[in-house]
Write a protein that binds this ligand. Structure first.
Ligand code: SF4
Ligand code: SF4
Length: 477
């Protein structure tokens, strides 16, 4: 039996997982309209390649990847492009972003799909295929997968598949593993081929016995399925790698440099579909939970309005406020009239009973509980003081950017201080200052360059004049 390791900190919040795992994954009816954001991944926004009024087919590329760190966007069904304009997107600020709206025609007419035999295809062609298919990390990070599947001369010994799904309420990976274990195994084999990894380890929290059994049955000798202890945030990439391999990924370093690469199980399944069938990423499984009559997992097209999904799950009259993600790391949606995106793993409809109002924050009593719970071995109370005081340099010294915003510290704080909000604020201020500094450095470089050009032109002009008068003088002689 594999020796397991543990990470420091962590908490045990109530799980709320059984409510949404009572029935199989549901396919909701086709919505009347889809709103597909062009920026659903880390990196550059995709560039629209269709125009208003155009008919598109299911799976047709409607946004092409721009630059290296980017990913393509596709029509989730056949229909007509209604508009390409700024629309509200799921973001805590209520931000608008460029979206393509599509009116489905109900025909579900696919583009011609081109499967690939991965064993006879070189990894670089496979990476291009995944980039073009819009495959990104579905655990929430939405980083373009093709980049993580490029080992760039590094030896990747271990491919870790993340099926831990440690946040309360979220069960989309659990249901995927129960129902589509073979797709995950096939996807993992493609990833192993691309990375030339020696072994595949799949970590699943031990509160998911059905998923563990399904994955063990499907994986044969291809991968080792490991039940890991249920503790939040055991599904964090660094935490899972630590538990499965004993490797501690130091702050500021990537697991790739230590020979380990980690992917979510849903990402493995979409890699499989993109390669084996040529299908781009146009849908995902999302948990709809909380204050709804019929919590469950829905396989929804990207661009489906969240309120449409909540309606399918049996909207209760009382509330229309929802969290995207889990209660620990997710955020309150300013409105449920926003589309499902590739990052949407869970929607929790709130109610006063499920999420009672947090008591007003009290002063920090320096109890140290936040530090005990921190899986990143930080000093959350110090980070809080520095962030609150606007002492961002000191916050960085105390490794603010190693904070994974897991929320363990806020969860245990007896003074109900919303600690993570302070860290997010400090990080965004630091980024803003860096952007300003970059802009002013750029302006200074441009200014210096302009002055230098003017001086050079002056010098050249003077030299030309001097040459001219010297020439005129010699001709007179
Ligand atoms: S848990 Fe809260 S009260 Fe205790 S030290 Fe941390 S911030 Fe202060
Ligand atoms: S939110 Fe950050 S500081 Fe708080 S426990 Fe998590 S990693 Fe540590």
């Amino acid at each position: 039996m594999r020796k397991l390791y543990h990470f420091n900190g962590g908490v045990h919040p109530p799980q709320h997982k059984s409510e949404s795992t009572r029935h199989p994954i549901i396919k909701p009816p086709l919505p009347e309209k889809l709103v597909i954001p062009l920026h659903q991944h880390i990196g550059n926004t995709a560039k629209p390649v269709v125009s208003k009024g155009e008919r598109v087919l299911k799976g047709q590329k409607i946004g092409r990847a721009e630059g290296y760190v980017s990913s393509a966007i596709h029509a989730p069904t056949s229909g007509t492009i209604l508009s390409i304009e700024q629309e509200p997107v799921p973001h805590p600020s209520g931000l608008r972003d460029l979206c393509i709206s599509l009116e489905p025609d109900g025909m579900e007419e696919w583009i011609e799909l081109q499967p690939v035999d991965y064993l006879n295809t070189d990894p670089s062609t496979l990476r291009n295929r995944l980039r073009d298919a819009g495959v990104v990390g579905l655990g929430g990070a939405v980083f373009p997968s093709f980049i993580k599947l490029n080992p760039s001369n590094r030896k990747i010994r271990t491919l870790v598949l993340n099926g831990a799904e440690c946040e309360p309420y979220i069960t989309c990976d659990d249901m995927l593993m129960r129902q589509r274990a073979a797709e995950i195994v096939e996807g993992a084999k493609i990833m192993r081929h691309m990375l030339q990894a020696d072994e595949i380890l799949l970590g699943i929290e031990d509160n998911k016995p059905e998923a563990i059994a399904a994955m063990k049955a499907a994986s044969g000798d291809e991968m080792e399925v490991v039940a890991v202890p249920t503790i939040y945030p055991g599904g964090g990439a660094k935490q899972l790698i630590r538990v499965l391999t004993g490797i501690e990924v130091p702050a500021g370093e990537r697991s790739t440099d230590l020979g380990v690469q980690c992917f979510n199980v849903a990402t493995a399944a979409s890699v499989y579909r993109a390669v084996r069938y040529g299908e781009p990423l146009i849908s995902r499984i999302v948990t709809i939970a909380g204050n709804v009559a019929n919590p469950g997992n829905y396989e929804a097209l990207i661009g489906t309005m969240i309120d449409h999904l909540i309606l399918q799950a049996g909207k209760n009259e009382e509330e229309n406020v929802a969290i995207m993600g889990g209660p620990m790391m997710g955020f309150d949606l300013p409105s449920v009239r926003v589309p499902l995106v590739k990052a949407t793993n869970c929607i929790i409809v709130k109610s006063e009973k499920l999420f009672p109002k947090r008591p007003a924050p009290m002063p920090c009593i320096r109890c140290g509980r936040c530090a005990e719970s921190c899986p990143a071995d930080l000093q959350p109370q110090e980070l809080y003081w520095f962030s609150k005081a606007g002492n961002f340099g000191k916050a960085q010294e105390y490794a603010l950017f190693d904070c994974i915003e897991c929320g363990c510290c806020s969860y245990v704080c007896p003074s109900s201080i919303p600690l993570v909000q302070f860290y997010r604020y400090a990080k965004s201020e630091i980024w803003a200052q860096e952007r300003e500094k970059k802009a002013s450095d750029l302006a200074r470089i441009r200014h210096d360059f302009r002055i230098e050009r003017i001086e050079r032109e002056k010098r050249e002009k003077a030299e030309r004049l001097a040459q001219k008068s010297a020439k005129a003088g010699s001709e007179q002689e």
